[in-house]
Structures are given as structure tokens and as C-alpha cells.
Design a protein around this ligand. Structure first.
Ligand code: F6R
Length: 610
């Protein structure tokens, strides 16, 4: 939630801040602002709305200077408005702060600061930060921030500039990401790596409980007590172009098309030459002995990652014969989950920063479970706190609606299933070999599915004419139906209800009216006939039904209005192919409706608040 950008050096700061913020808008975009220190004065411009509104304003009223901080906001405390936008400043206007996260004890701090005579102008939790800095400031910004850190509770990453010390930025991190970019005579601060990639690839990834003093000539990192910390440089391997649109109209469609490549990346180096084993690098230390102690698997995640986890449940129960529970992270930790030393907890998170997922991970560790993380972001909080880590290698995912991250989460879960099955002896070598060979063919098959793009674009027109739609399927198809309906809802704002096909007659069938679009997923061979019966139930009510089925299932054409065929693969692997037409449907539905595809209303890419 919210993106932070900071720069200090010899260049004009405004274009650098705006460029960085444009790469961070996926984190929130209901307002934006910058603060620049120039000739001993802090100047702030901020505006409700997307970054381009701020950019327009700055064209008329540019802020010149070489030091500054910027912010793009996703509102938590206080509605989106000019006054609630960041940067926030103190009473004197000398100090400016941008913040990502939530200061949980802000009400108490606000009342206390008000009783000390401080004037507040916004409804935000953030505003306590500049006033606290002001309160403690005695000529040393670093020391003042250190004192502030003893007062605030919650999750935060923030950056401070101060006109009395115009040659530095002071930043701190606790439970929200912050990256420092190392340049030559210039340095950068950002919530995420893409924001600084146009300038440098050398970074320090700040850990929780660390703060830094950033000047043009260097960066010093400290713990919150002021002890200096020795940081290792993390060199980013992918380049800025990987995070740009590359000729596509939107990041989402670019990322959908990147999926074959992304699956390949996930699999590369992880399947043995003889194809019968899965190999993970040193980030996974699940020995045979550790695996043999597991008597339950708990998969925990949010949103799309949770839907990947549902696929994981079906696949792992089938291949490992161990009970697997998949939970929504925000529910998991508050129900006193039954997990212990014998539980393997798998957390799935693209960003690795989702607050609920992180909290669930911590709860599991507290209860003695071993935690395996599947994440896309190297150095993310989840990756650092888990015992074992599998990176999905999807590359930067910028569109708020997750596509390639989901597909690579699935690919990773298949690898984990085979890896554990080999250690548990629940899948013999030949079965593993067939499965892994099939898995390796999925990138090419995904490319074939993408060739149906134009047809799906036409189909999207059927959906956008309605305000409601239905996605049905059984078993793994149901898990993918949930993901398909989420995609459609979140970017096209069409209400989409995902239903287990066999459950329709227990209530939802009442909503089926003539012409209403229904997407029926029919890839699961063992229950094919059962799903077809359910399709007939909706057809009997005159719904407009599109089926997604494997090639060769010609007979389904007699039952539905149209069919999207997928190249054949084993039923367990079907979700990787089935989801692609659903992603395209959501994308073209949103385009058809003229919605802001990459930045759907009310959402943000990375949800670092509970
Ligand atoms: C939907 C979407 C979200 C995320 C969820 C978890 O398209 O992207 O539902 O899947 O917010 O995010 P991560 O995976 O970063 O933990």
C-alpha cells in the first residue's frame, strides 16, 4: 500500500521522483505528492487523484531542487483528498514525511501531540510522524527519527527530509518494504526496485528494524538503537525494460503474454536431467527426514495467491495422501489454527509483503510449524522470514490484477508436490517422470491457448452487456473458476459468481435467467459427465454458456453455445491452461468497458495493511 520515492544528488529531483512514482502507482493511486528541499526551504505539492494530475499541476508550478521525497497513496486512514495526501509536514513546515503502512497507536500519539500544542491538518495516521520528528528535533535529524521510532507502533516505511539538514534523507522500515538505490554521487529510496532501475541496479534492501541516513555521497544503515549495520549490496539482474509495457496497451495484457516464458523460468534448473526428480536450490532445506515428519500441510495466502493455494490443495492431497488445508490468511490467524511442529505451512505471496500473509507466517512459526514460502520478490519480508523459499521468477508484475504471478505459483506448487512425493515415496519414478515431462510442455501449450485471443475478445462483448455472470466447475475447475471470477470482478467491475457446479441447485440456480453469461470449465475427466449435467441445468434456464474443454471433446458443442478448446494435458495440470482464457476475458471485458485495466478502483498491488 502506497509507494515511496526519494532522491538526493546533483540532478533535478522532480522528474526523478515522478518517474519513480509512476513505477510505484500499482501500490496505490488515489493521490500523489512530492516535497523538495530547495535553498533551505521545504516545498510541497500534492493532489488527490492519479499521478498524472500531480504532473499536470507541476507543469505549471515546478519544484526545483536536488533533494526530495515523493508518494503515491492508497488510502487507509482518511479519505483520498488533497489534505490527506502525502507528504505531510510539521507545524513549522520545515519537516516533510512520506509513509507507507499504518501507525497503529496514532490516535494516542495525536492526542498527546495536540496537548503539546501541535496542529494537525489531515485525518491520517501518518501526520503524527512529522510532528513527532519536530517534537524531538534538536539539530540532529537522525537522532530525532531514532526517538520517534521508540514511540510508534505498527507497520511502516517512511522517509523524512528537513530544511535544517538539506543534505540528507532519513528513512526507516518496520514491516513495510524499503529499498535504497546506490548511485554515483546520488542515492535513491523506493518502496520497490522498478522505481530506481532507470538509475541503478545496486541496492540495499532494508530489513525490519533498520533505518538509514542517505546523502548524495553515501548511505549509512543503523538499527533502531543507532548501531551501525553492515549491509550487503543486492545487485538487481533484470533491467528496467522488463518492467515497461513493451508495446502493449496495458501491463496486464503484456503480463498475460509473458506467461509461457514465466512458466519456463519457474521450471528452469528445477527438473533433473532424467526428468524424475525436482531439484531446489539452497533456499529449500526440506530434507527427507523433515518431510517424513509432516502430517499436515496448511497453505495460506490472499486473493489470487489463495486461489493458487486451492489448486495446491487438490494436487497435493492427490499426490501426497496428506491432509491439506488452504486458508485465507486474514482468517487463518484469528481462528487459532490447529498447527504444530508436524505441519508444513506453505505461504504464497507474489509481493512477499502482504500483511495478512506475513502475520499468518509468523503465527505458524510461533506454533512450531516449518514454513515454505512461494514468492516472486527476492528479499521480500516473506522470503526472509520463511524457513524455505521458492522464487517464482515471474519477473516484475506491475498490473494490479495478478496473472503471471498466479501461473508461476501454480507451476511452483506442482514442483513442490513432486518434490515432497519423491521424499515420501507416494509417486513412483515413472509417474513423476510423466508428470514432469507434461509440466515442461505447458509453456508451449500456453502459447497455443494465447492464440485464441481474438475469439475471447469477441466473447468479452457478451459479458460486458450484463452486470452479472457465473463461473462454474468442479474440483480443480472450481478453483480456477474462483480465480476467473475474481479477475473479471476486479478489473471490469462485472459481478461474477464462481460456483462449484454441483452446488448450483442448492440456491444459486435461482439467479440464472435467459441470456445470462455462464463460463463452464470442463477439464476434469473423472467428473466430466457430472459437470455436463450441471451445464444442462443452466442451459435449461436459457443461460448463454461458454465451455472450456480439452480438444477432442466435440460432444460438448451440442450442450453449450460455444467452446474454447485447450490443448490436452493431464487433468492435474489443467489449471495452468484453463486460467488463460479467463484472464483474457477479464482483460478485454475491462477494455470494452473503458476501465483503467492496470489500476482498478479501490485496489492496490501490494496490501501491506491488515
Ligand atoms: C488479484 C490480486 C490479489 C493478490 C493478493 C495477494 O488479482 O492480485 O488478490 O493476489 O492481494 O497478494 P500477494 O500475492 O502479493 O500476497
Amino acid at each position: 500500500m502506497c509507494g515511496i520515492m526519494g532522491y538526493i544528488g546533483s540532478k533535478e529531483v522532480e522528474p526523478i521522483l515522478l518517474d519513480g512514482l509512476s513505477k510505484l502507482e500499482y501500490r496505490g493511486y488515489d493521490s500523489a505528492g512530492i516535497a523538495v528541499v530547495k535553498e533551505g526551504k521545504v516545498k510541497i505539492e500534492k493532489k488527490e487523484g492519479k499521478l498524472k494530475i500531480l504532473e499536470e499541476r507541476l507543469k505549471a508550478k515546478s519544484l526545483k531542487g536536488n533533494v526530495g521525497i515523493g508518494h503515491t497513496r492508497w488510502a487507509t486512514h482518511g479519505s483520498p483528498s488533497d489534505k490527506n495526501s502525502h507528504p505531510h509536514s510539521d507545524c513549522s513546515g520545515k519537516i516533510a514525511v512520506v509513509h507507507n503502512g499504518i501507525i497503529e497507536n496514532y490516535l494516542y500519539l495525536r492526542e498527546w501531540l495536540q496537548s503539546e500544542g501541535h496542529n494537525f491538518t489531515s485525518e491520517t495516521d501518518t501526520e503524527v510522524l512529522p510532528h513527532l520528528v519536530e517534537h524531538y528535533y534538536q539539530g540532529n535529524l537522525q537522532e530525532a527519527v531514532q526517538k520517534v521510532l521508540t514511540k510508534v507502533e505498527g507497520s511502516f516505511a517512511f522517509a523524512v527530509c528537513c530544511e535544517d539538514e538539506p543534505d540528507k534523507l532519513v528513512v526507516a522500515r518496520q514491516d513495510s518494504p524499503l529499498v535504497l538505490g546506490l548511485g554515483d554521487g546520488e542515492n535513491f529510496v523506493a518502496s520497490d526496485i522498478p522505481a530506481i532501475l532507470n538509475y541503478t541496479r545496486d541496492t540495499y534492501i532494508l530489513d525490519d528494524g533498520q533505518m538509514a541516513v542517505v546523502t548524495a555521497d553515501g548511505i549509512e544503515v543503523f538499527d533502531f538503537k543507532g548501531n551501525e549495520v553492515d549491509k550487503k549490496i543486492f545487485r538487481v539482474k533484470w533491467d528496467a525494460a522488463a518492467a515497461e509495457k513493451g508495446g502493449y496497451d496495458h501491463f496486464m495484457i503484456k503480463e498475460i503474454h509473458e506467461q509461457p516464458k514465466a512458466i519456463r523460468e519457474t521450471l528452469t534448473g528445477r527438473i533433473s536431467e532424467n526428468k524424475s526428480s525436482v531439484l531446489f536450490d539452497e533456499n529449500v532445506a526440506l530434507t527427507k527426514e523433515r518431510v517424513s515428519r509432516i502430517d499436515k500441510i496448511a497453505i495460506v495466502a490472499c486473493g489470487t495467491a489463495y486461489h493458487a493455494g486451492l489448486v495446491g490443495k487438490y494436487v497435493m492431497e492427490k499426490t501426497l495422501h496428506i491432509p491439506v488445508e488452504t486458508d485465507i490468511a486474514s482468517e487463518f490467524r484469528y481462528r487459532d489454527p490447529l498447527i504444530n511442529k508436524r505441519t508444513l505451512m506453505i505461504v504464497i505471496s507474489q509481493s512477499g509483503e502482504t500483511a495478512d500473509t506475513l502475520a499468518a507466517l509468523r503465527e505458524a512459526k510461533r506454533k512450531g510449524a516449518r514454513v515454505l514460502a512461494i514468492t516472486n520478490v527476492v528479499g521480500s519480508s516473506v522470503s526472509r522470514e520463511a524457513d524455505d523459499v521458492i522464487y517464482t521468477w515471474a519477473g516484475p508484475e506491475i498490473a494490479v490484477a495478478s496473472t503471471k504471478a498466479y501461473i508461476t505459483q501454480l507451476a511452483s506448487l506442482y514442483l513442490v508436490a513432486v518434490y515432497l512425493a519423491e521424499k515420501l515415496g507416494t509417486m513412483d519414478a515413472q509417474v513423476r517422470k510423466n508428470f514432469l515431462q507434461e509440466l515442461e510442455q505447458l509453456p508451449e501449450k500456453a502459447e497455443l491457448v494465447l492464440q485464441d485471443e481474438e475469439r475471447i475478445q469477441k466473447l468479452a462483448k457478451e459479458f460486458v452487456a450484463w452486470d452479472d455472470s457465473f463461473f462454474i466447475g468442479r474440483s480443480l475447475d472450481y478453483a480456477v473458476a474462483l480465480e476467473g471470477s475474481l479477475k473479471l470482478k476486479e478489473i471490469s467491475y462485472i459481478h461474477a459468481e464462481a460456483y462449484a457446479a454441483g452446488e448450483l441447485k442448492h440456491g444459486t440456480l435461482a439467479l440464472i435467467v435467459p441470456g445470462i453469461p455462464v463460463m463452464a470449465l470442463v477439464t476434469q475427466e473423472d467428473i466430466y459427465e457430472k459437470t455436463v449435467s450441471n451445464i444442462k441445468e443452466v442451459k435449461a434456464r436459457d443461460a448463454f454458456v461458454t465451455a472450456i474443454a480439452f480438444e477432442g471433446r466435440k460432444e460438448i458443442e451440442k450442450v453449450v453455445d460455444q467452446v474454447i478448446y485447450l490443448p490436452r494435458t493431464t487433468t492435474l495440470l489443467a489449471p495452468i491452461l484453463t486460467v488463460i482464457p479467463l484472464q483474457l476475458l477479464a482483460y478485454y471485458g475491462a477494455v470494452e468497458r473503458g476501465e483503467d485495466v492496470d489500476k482498478p478502483r479501490n485496489l492496490a498491488k501490494s496490501v501491506t495493511v491488515e
